[in-house]
Structures are given as C-alpha cells and as structure tokens.
Design a protein around this ligand. Structure first.
Ligand code: ARG
Length: 463
C-alpha cells in the first residue's frame, strides 16, 4: 500500500475502519475516464504555463492513458486505503512512471479535481438523457399519429368528464417531456463550467491558463470564483430536481397504463414481453413494469432530499460531506436512464382497445356541458342552462338513460328552446369536432399540434 499523500504531517497510521468509512472508491470509480481526461488537460496546461516540461507531460499523459486502458480491461486493483478514484489513479501513475508522477498534482487539489470530474460526467449523462427524451417524444408522436381516430373519456377527479382524442391525451405527455428536455438543456449551461485552477479553495500561485484548460476540455466558460467553484453543487441539485419532475411524468403515465390495463377499464393491453405473471394465480398478467417505474420515482425524490439536506448548512468552502453527492447523483442518473429506456421500448407495443375506449364515452353524461352550451347559444344564460341540464341529468338517471337517449319531447320538457338539432350536438363525434380552439381536442387542432411538434422535434434533432 503506498503512503498517504498527507503522511508527512501524521504520526499514526489510519485505522482500517476509518479507511473503509472515508473511502468513496466503490462509488466514484465510475468517474475514472473523466478524471484521466481532466488530468491530461491539466498536464498540457502545466506545460503551457512553463511549470513542467513537454517531455514530463508526455510521460505523464502516456501513463495516464495506460491506466485508462487497465481500468477498462478490468486489470486495475481498487483498495479502500486509497480513498477515491483521484488517489487511485495518481498512485498507479507513480507505480508506472515513477517520481515524475508526483508533478501531476501541481496547481491542483482534489477539491477542484472532483468538481471537474463530476461536471464532465454529468454533462455527458445530461446529453444522453436529452437524447433519450427526444426518442421518447418521437415514440409518443408516432403513437399519437397512428391513433388519431381513437376517442376515450377525458377524466377529471378520475370521473368521466368529456370525450377527448387519445392522441390529444398522449400529446399532453409529449408536452411534459418537452419541458423536461428544456429543463435538462438549461441545466447543462450551469453544469458546463470549468472549475479546475481553483485548487483547494483560493486559486493557485502558478501561472496557469484556465481558459486553455477549458478549451481543451470543451467547456464554454471557466468558474468565476474559486471558493464557489469547489463548494458549488447547485448543478447537481438542479439536475436531480429536473430528473424528479421527469420521473413524476413517467409515474403519471405509468399510473394510467396500470389503470387502463385493469379489467375495470380494459382500454389497453400491455405486451406480454413487458408484463409478468403471478407465482400463485395462474390467470394473472401484472403491469409490473409501469408499477416499478412508479415505484422507482421515490428513489429520485429521496436523492433530491438527500442532496439538499447535505448542502443546507455547509459553511464555505469544500466539506467532506460533499463526497456524499455522488451516490445520490449516480442513482438518479441510473433510475432515470433506465425508466426512459423502458418507455421507449414498451410504448410502441401497447395494444389499444379502441372499441372499449369509445364505448366508455357513451355512458356517464359526457355530453352534459355540450347540452348546456347548446342552450346558451340559443339565448339562455349559462347558469340557467347549467341548472336546466342538471335537471335533465337527474331525470335521465331516474330512467336509467343517457341524455342522448331521451326523446325530443322529454328534452323539451326542460326547455322549450330545444329542437331536434340537439342530437347532433350530443354526439361524441360532434363533441370532439367542435373543440377547435388552439390546444383543444378537435381532430384538426390535434393534427396541428402533432405537426408543430414534429417540426420542433426535427429541428431539435438537427441542432
Ligand atoms: N472523494 C472526495 C469527494 O468526493 C474528493 C475530494 C476530497 N477532498 C478533500 N479535501 N478531502 O468529495
């Protein structure tokens, strides 16, 4: 075991339980590639500042590349005694290239190093998530297009309210995932800031060109304050918060798929390949996949609470508490990536029971509002019309009928202004077709929304 980098100041060896307790290597080894790329850029910056020679830098870079290779091939020894990925790589570099390796950590601290690594990691992950959200939106768009003729009850309070197109309902999710995409993109601007050169907290005495490091690592800007740079984890909070909201959306669509696939609704059937059976009840086909998406949402909320709590009372600047950020962040990335992937694969295979959906629109007085609107157009004030239709509903209930199943004479008993043209108004087709306002459920409005979304998505894919 190599000596600790701080051993000069210490007269006792670290207890094994302390090594285990303080070690983060099991978690942060995931950052190895970023740590190495960051170190390579740091070497080049040291050369540019005349702090190390070109030859030394070549040796260091060569060693670092070999280490990357070793880790990738699974030929790398991890040890709790070396705490974290930064110390592991540095210690291995000493083994490989000797004393020159000790020059690498000039003008740098693990505090700015870890901030750099996490930012590089997260910008890649955020871009990946944005890409998969684009695919998910594409899937939803295709589904909306393919089912433009499918009508189902729209619900409020989980009570049938008014008929809507299934495409309109699906496009509501399209909007949610579009906002999620925007949130991740906006977050990227604040992730994409280069902290190296802040050193422990106060900056460095060496003449390093931070803009040059940023350029090498493709960061559009450098951090403006060294104290903030080593202690800022806002970008992680923002990312997990955006992820939490995206999980809310996935959880809501999951809830709908679960309800819709029940015998009580019978609106959809989940693909066999995305469902599971029961170990005891042979007849069962369970919606475990959407249930697990719904269930895993809690983990991301937990990550958000955990990181907010971890940060809330920390004095400036770096504190070791902050090492705990990674478990939460990695878990969120994993859960979200997996859940979006599941939806991209599952949604196109969901079978829509068009007849059952339509059937459900014909019971439950979904046309009561349209009857009231009809009366208003014929001159009745809305409040009065509401009352009049309420009476008609009460009467229909007593006859075990729907409004459109009453005959003209019965309808006229609630208002003399009702004529035979009301039956057209009360039909599901007309209820859909007449809601032509922008953002409404009329087929032409939904088609327009799908077209607009398609254009937007194509533009995003090109950018
Ligand atoms: N493993 C540490 C972390 O993730 C790296 C920074 C350590 N800095 C320190 N001053 N002990 O936060």
């Amino acid at each position: 075991m190599p000596e600790k980098p701080w051993s000069g100041r210490f007269s006792e060896k670290t207890e094994r339980i302390v090594e285990d307790f303080t070690s983060s290597i099991d978690i942060d080894k995931r950052l190895y590639a970023y740590d190495i790329d960051g170190s390579i850029a740091h070497c080049r910056t040291l050369v540019k500042g005349g702090i190390i020679s070109e030859e030394d830098a070549d040796v260091l870079v060569g060693g670092l590349k070999k280490i990357k290779n070793e880790i990738e091939r699974g030929n790398f020894q991890f040890d709790h005694g070396l705490e974290d990925i930064h110390m592991h790589i540095e210690a291995r570099l000493v083994e490989k290239v000797g004393k020159i390796a000790q020059k690498l950590h000039t003008a740098r601290s693990r505090n700015d190093q870890v901030a750099l690594d996490v930012r590089m990691y997260l910008r890649d992950e955020a871009r990946g998530i944005i890409g998969s959200l684009v695919s998910l939106r594409q899937v939803i768009l295709d589904m909306a297009k393919a089912n433009i003729d499918v009508v189902l009850p729209g619900y409020t309070h989980l009570q049938r309210a008014q008929p809507v197109l299934l495409s309109h309902h699906l496009m509501a999710y399209y909007e949610m995932f579009s906002r999620d995409t925007e949130r991740f993109e906006e977050g990227l601007n604040r992730i994409n800031v280069m902290p190296l050169g802040s050193a422990a907290l106060a900056g460095t005495t060496y003449p390093i060109d931070r803009e040059y490091t940023a350029q090498l690592l493709e960061f559009p800007r450098v951090s403006a304050n060294s104290i903030d740079a080593v202690s800022d984890r806002d970008f992680i909070v923002e990312f997990i918060s955006a992820a939490g909201l995206c999980m809310v959306h996935l959880s809501r669509i999951s809830e709908e798929l679960i309800i819709w696939s029940s015998a009580e609704f019978g609106f959809i059937e989940l693909p066999d390949s995305f469902a599971t059976g029961s170990s005891i009840m042979p007849q069962k086909k369970n919606p475990d996949v959407p249930e697990l998406v719904r269930g895993k949402t809690g983990r991301v909320f937990g990550d958000l609470v955990s990181i907010l709590t971890m940060m809330k009372s920390l004095p400036l600047s770096y504190n070791r508490d902050m090492q705990e950020d990674k478990a939460a962040l990695f878990n969120t990335v994993d859960v979200l990536t997996e859940c979006i992937g599941i939806y991209i694969a599952m949604l196109p295979k969901v079978k829509i029971h068009k007849e059952a959906m339509l059937q459900a629109t014909s019971k439950g007085f979904l046309n009561a509002t349209d009857m009231a609107d009809y009366l208003v157009i014929k001159g009745m004030p809305f409040r009065k019309a509401h009352d009049c239709v309420g009476n008609a509903v009460l009467y229909a209930l007593s006859k075990n009928k729907e409004l459109h199943e009453l005959n003209l004479e019965e309808l006229k008993s609630f208002s003399a202004i009702i004529e035979a043209d009301i039956f057209d108004i009360l039909s599901t087709d007309q209820m859909i077709a007449r809601r032509k306002s922008i953002g409404g459920t009329a087929t032409e409005s939904v088609n327009a929304a799908i077209e607009a979304a398609k254009k937007r998505l194509e533009k995003e894919i090109q950018e």
